[in-house]
Design a protein around this ligand. Structure first.
Ligand code: NDP
Ligand code: 2IT
Length: 447
């Protein structure tokens, strides 16, 4: 692993370490500081304006109690969070995650990453993130609704269409956004675009459901075409996760002629060399909300394996980690490279540990970091905000074309930035430098 040498960055990182204990947040900050190290001496104004120390410190971090009543009439308590990280480019924007692993470090790393991701979309959005350690698994619909209403009855005072616009993430999909939106409307007596990922009949945007997965595939397609003059046809593709991002990544890969051989959940993975059946996967995960074990029962050509990390043992040409952070470590990366992987694109945020990222890049794997690769979700959220402001709904084709254009443009930005600073092919540095420069210049302009 590289170390920081620039005295200004060394000092900033040491202060970050003193103030924050969580490993995920420190990991995300260290990566960005490493990436900007080669350019920092060219910009003495950053130190003069305190840009780096400001960019690593959330503008506001809110945590609050979320009491809710379960089906047995017992009151239970979870902790809710919203980190409003940086508003230089627009209202705070980013998802809400409901998962037992959510804590201050997790929402902070996600909020920090979101700042640079949103900058890369070129849409006017700052960065934020939030969520709760509430576990939606095995909860009844009534429990989910009561939890969401309690969560928003506190969060509502901190958000708004021009202030902070949350959306979904792990454990938060259209159902949860609906319950939160309905309660916000009731409390505030206003119908505004305060959340994205809304139902399409209730001022949501077409393509938002598909956006992250489709976007990951569009940017990968662009990279394959520009760098290797290649495409998805006949490629074996491994995907982890079986939620929103995984499903629509799989759907688009299949449409472009690739063969998706795996999907997973936190209990295990499914392998099918003939390709995963997307319609059955959607029925089980989106409609019936069941586990992947049910998929294997319905599709006789598939096999179920009860270790979710085993998904990286399978030989593939392209891997799309699409479950959670740090799901690919060095050992997984070594297996993937040994088995012939040539492209890895992060559908999940910070899917890959730092040593695994370094290993991929050293071994010539084309590696797209989440900040760039999964920006399609928030990009279409930005387009949902535009439509809400205009009081208009664009067609599927129109939004999909915008999404494609944004993803192609992100690839161009990170590729050209990497080349400009002598880091050709390093899309991690390209994304971090490009996102940082955009946010930094807005911060300096704003004083
Ligand atoms: P979902 O809740 O729809 O699906 C999450 C999937 O990942 C499930 O299959 C889940 O399995 C699995 N998973 C979650 N946590 C773990 C874990 N700790 N270990 C193993 N598997 C796990 O979430 P999304 O598809 O929306 O999000 C997936 C990733 O994509 C996240 O990193 C998110 O931040 C990122 N992302 C999402 C965007 C969006 O628009 N939704 C946009 C950009 C990035 P199980 O059901 O067993 O828990
Ligand atoms: O990580 C992400 O970019 C998201 N979960 C989507 C955020 C959004 O505001 O649509």
């Amino acid at each position: 692993m590289k170390e920081l040498n620039n005295p200004y960055l060394v000092k900033v990182y040491s202060d970050v370490q003193k103030r924050n204990q969580g490993k995920e947040f420190l990991q995300a900050v260290f990566e960005v500081l490493q990436s900007i190290e080669p350019i920092i001496h060219k910009h003495p104004e950053f130190e003069q304006h305190g840009i780096v120390e400001r960019i690593v410190e959330p503008e506001r971090l809110i945590h609050f109690q979320v009491p809710w009543v379960d089906d047995n009439g017992k009151t239970r308590v979870n902790r809710g969070y919203r980190v409003q990280f940086n508003s230089a480019l627009g209202p705070y924007k980013g998802g809400l995650r409901f998962h037992p692993t959510v804590n201050e470090s997790v929402v902070s790393f996600l909020g920090f990453e979101q700042v640079f991701k949103n900058a890369l979309t070129n849409l006017p959005m700052g960065g934020g993130k939030g969520g709760s350690d509430f576990d939606p698994k095995e909860k009844s619909d009534g429990e989910i609704k009561r939890f969401c209403q309690s969560f928003i009855s506190e969060l509502y005072r901190h958000i708004g269409q021009f202030t902070d616009v949350p959306a979904g993430d792990i454990g938060v999909g259209s159902r949860e956004i609906g319950y939160m939106y309905g309660y916000y409307k009731k409390i505030k007596n206003e119908f505004t675009g305060v959340l994205t990922g809304k139902n399409v009949n209730n001022s949501g945007s077409l393509v938002r459901t598909e956006a992250t997965g489709y976007g990951v595939v569009y940017i990968t397609e662009e990279m394959l075409s520009k760098v290797k003059n290649d495409n998805f046809k006949g490629k074996r593709v491994s995907i982890s996760g079986s939620g929103n991002v995984a499903i629509y990544t799989a759907e688009k890969v299949k449409e472009l002629g690739g063969i998706v051989v795996t999907v997973s959940d936190s209990s295990g993975y499914v392998y099918d060399e003939n390709g995963i059946d997307i319609a059955i996967l959607k029925q089980i995960k989106e409609v019936e909300r069941k586990r992947l074990t049910e998929y294997a029962k319905l599709v006789p050509t598939s096999t179920y394996h009860d270790n979710s990390n085993g998904v990286w043992d399978i030989a593939c040409d392209i891997a799309f980690p699409s479950a959670t952070q740090n799901e690919i470590d060095l050992k997984d990366a070594e297996k993937l490279v040994k088995n012939g992987v040539t492209v890895v694109a992060e559908g999940s945020n910070m899917s890959t540990t730092p040593d695994a990222v370094e290993y991929f890049i050293k071994n010539g794997v084309l590696f797209l970091p989440g900040k760039a690769a999964n920006a399609g979700g928030v990009a279409v959220s930005g387009l949902e905000m535009s439509q809400n402001s205009l009081r208009l709904s664009w067609s599927f084709e129109e939004v999909d074309n915008h999404l494609k254009e944004i993803m192609i443009n992100i690839f161009k930005t990170i590729d050209e930035t990497a080349k400009k600073y002598g880091l050709e092919g390093n899309y991690v540095d390209g994304a971090n430098i490009a996102g940082f420069l955009k946010v930094a210049s807005a911060m300096i302009w704003q004083g």
